[in-house]
Design a binder for this molecule. Structure first.
Ligand code: CAO
Length: 586
């Protein structure tokens, strides 16, 4: 009875076909039951496929990039509890023909090792007579001493071309693909994801085409033994009389011994491949799944700025890159065909040694500045902003404000223009509901509530407290609440809940100055009102210039949702309410 078992993909729920994104074991590995063997990834999730059995990996049937589904064979494992006899227990003919079968080869060229085992067991059943194998080692990789293998890109049985990438390694600073130094069929893989390798580490063993056909070793392999040549005497007699025990012990030593060509008929030399001029491809710092994601989206990772640890590129970096590319090429309309980056192909941020020009002091950005900065940046690059500037005549409103403050002096409530603005904005949102909305894909979410945020300048940076249900509050309540929230903001005591749920924001710089500015929309809101300092200006009333207190209103809106005409109407309506506050009750 053979104890060679095929490990298949189990029931993986709703996913019909998934990609192999990591192969976590290699031929010869001793594995435990439930140890993860490969990682697969669907559009929605990644999952690791565990082994149902402990044992020794005899062959790996999949490689990174393969598509698998329930029932796909991923490994052959010699079960630990099964005793000495395994594959060899199977009749020779069955073994030889089985090697060619769809089920065993999984549609690929059968591994050289397997072929040779079959040759031993059933002389004449295969073409390969063995010969020298070429061990591909990690070449000189510069300053990197120990680097981690993050991808194995080939599987046993694969035919590889010279210069084809075999594995990806990653150091603290960079990733690079290690190419094959020669063409051939992969007969053994000596590394797996997570291994540390350095110059000279053996990656895999290749059987060249000539050897497969029983010809002499290629001159390049035979005549150019690199310094790392490893002599491997395989204890076996020529082509016949190989006991099952011998074949077994040779095969199971595959992990440690690149002479895993278990059934080689004679002692042989396995030269280490010479890289010659083959270039190593340095890759941006990113995990295999992020690079796969980028490949699928056609993103060139060399153009993506990594925000992760040590500049590592994350999924969000790739998403952000694509979103910026889409919004830029969409608004510019001039992106070259096929160029994902479009106008994004900008120069790197300038690195300047400022101390060359004078004395400097470097201070880290505050936590709030970093968070706010990242949000502002996203909103600025992802939302097509347009700003409509208008002015409101607040001469009468200012008189009312002063009067209210006199009347409410004893209660300690100070009414500023902000409270009136919130009240007027709510009325304008009711009249123009698309301003009280958020984009959700192709849908516009229309809100039936009126939570108004206002930008507050604090010693640590900008925050936006939110007044809930502003439509249900009077001007005095609003004045009191904004003052309380502004104080909490300045003291750094706002809770997250007090900054959430806003429908529309107001950024008032009126207490400071300015005549207009472009406020950045606070996503996922679709508009924001910027307010600058009011000032008296001569206004023509049809007969004469009158001194009127004019308040500058700068309304930035998301042009994907709001048309310019609607924005002009909103701003004009708002100005009319501020000019005659009685209209609020209409
Ligand atoms: N025109 C003229 N004067 C104005 C005014 C305006 N538009 N708005 C406010 N003022 C006056 C107030 O009446 C007050 O005058 P007194 O001191 O004489 O009473 C003074 O300016 C200071 O007002 P304030 O700023 O303390 O109060 P506020 O309610 O107007 O604003 C708050 C509160 C929290 C919004 C404000 O303090 C603040 O932080 N503003 C900065 C917001 C910001 O940074 N925005 C930029 C974000 S980036 O887009």
């Amino acid at each position: 009875m053979s104890n060679l078992i095929e490990i298949k993909i189990p029931d993986i729920g709703d996913f019909s076909e998934v990609d192999v994104i990591e192969v976590l074991v290699s031929e010869g590995d001793q594995i435990q039951a439930e140890q993860s063997l490969i990682t697969v990834e669907s559009e929605k999730a990644s999952m690791e496929i565990p082994s149902p059995e402990a044992g020794t990996v005899k062959s790996v049937k999949v490689k990174v990039g393969d598509k698998v589904k329930e029932g796909s064979v991923i490994l052959e494992v010699e079960a630990a509890q099964g005793g000495q006899d395994s594959a060899k227990d199977a009749p020779a003919a069955e073994s030889a023909t089985g090697a060619a079968s769809e089920a065993q080869s999984n549609g690929r060229v059968e591994s050289a090792e397997a072929t040779q085992e079959q040759t031993s067991a059933a002389p004449g059943a295969g073409q390969s007579q063995g010969g020298e194998a070429v061990t591909v080692v990690v070449p000189d990789i510069g300053d990197f001493k120990e680097v981690e293998v993050i991808e194995v890109l080939v599987a046993v049985g694969d035919t590889v071309e010279a210069e084809q990438s075999l594995i990806t390694v990653e150091s603290d600073k960079a990733s690079m693909e290690i190419p094959s130094s020669t063409a051939g069929v992969v007969s053994a893989i000596n590394v797996k994801v997570g291994d540390q390798v350095s110059e000279g580490s053996e990656i895999l063993v290749l059987t060249t085409q000539a050897q497969q056909q029983g010809q002499a070793p290629s001159p390049s392999a035979a005549a150019k033994p690199a310094p790392q040549v490893s002599k491997e005497a395989v204890p076996q007699s020529k082509g016949q009389g190989v006991s099952e025990g011998q074949a077994e012990s040779s095969a199971s030593s595959a992990t440690d011994d690149s002479a895993a060509m278990a059934s080689e008929p004679v002692a042989r030399t396995s030269p280490t491949a010479d890289y010659g001029d083959i270039p190593l491809r340095k890759l941006p710092h990113a995990s295999p799944s992020v690079r796969k994601f980028a490949r699928e989206l056609g993103v060139n990772l060399t153009q993506v700025q990594g925000s992760g640890d040590k500049g590592r590129i994350t999924f969000d970096d790739v998403r952000g890159f694509v979103k910026r590319a889409v919004s830029q090429s969409g608004s510019a309309g001039t992106a070259a065909p096929g160029s994902v980056g479009g106008g994004l192909q900008v120069l790197d941020w300038p690195k300047v040694d400022f101390s060359k020009f004078g004395e400097i002091e470097t201070k880290p950005l505050s936590r709030i500045k970093k968070i706010a900065g990242a949000n502002l940046h996203r909103n600025w690059v992802m939302i097509p902003h347009v700003t409509n500037n208008d002015q409101a005549d607040i001469t009468e409103l200012e008189a009312l404000r002063v009067q209210l403050n006199e009347e409410n002096q004893k209660q300690g409530i100070k009414v500023t223009m902000l409270a009136f603005l919130i009240k007027a904005v709510v009325a304008a949102l009711k009249k123009f509901p698309e301003f009280n909305a958020s984009l959700d894909g192709d849908n516009l979410v229309m809100k039936q509530y009126y939570h108004i945020g206002f930008a507050a300048d604090t010693p640590h940076g900008l925050v936006v407290p939110v007044i809930r249900d502003a439509d249900k509050k009077g001007v005095l309540d609003l004045a009191q609440e904004t003052a309380e929230l502004a104080k909490l903001a300045r003291d750094g005591k706002l809770s997250p809940a007090q900054m959430q749920g806003g429908c529309f924001s107001i950024s008032s710089l009126g207490g400071i100055g300015g005549t207009s500015f472009t406020p950045i929309i606070n996503a996922p809101e679709v508009a924001i009102l910027g307010v600058s300092r009011s000032a008296y200006a001569p206004v023509w009333d049809g007969q004469a210039f009158q001194p009127r207190l004019m308040l500058p209103l700068s309304l930035s809106y998301d042009h994907r949702v709001i048309d310019g005409a609607a924005a002009a109407r909103f701003n004009a309506y708002l100005a009319s309410l501020l000019a005659d506050f009685r209209r609020i009750i209409l």
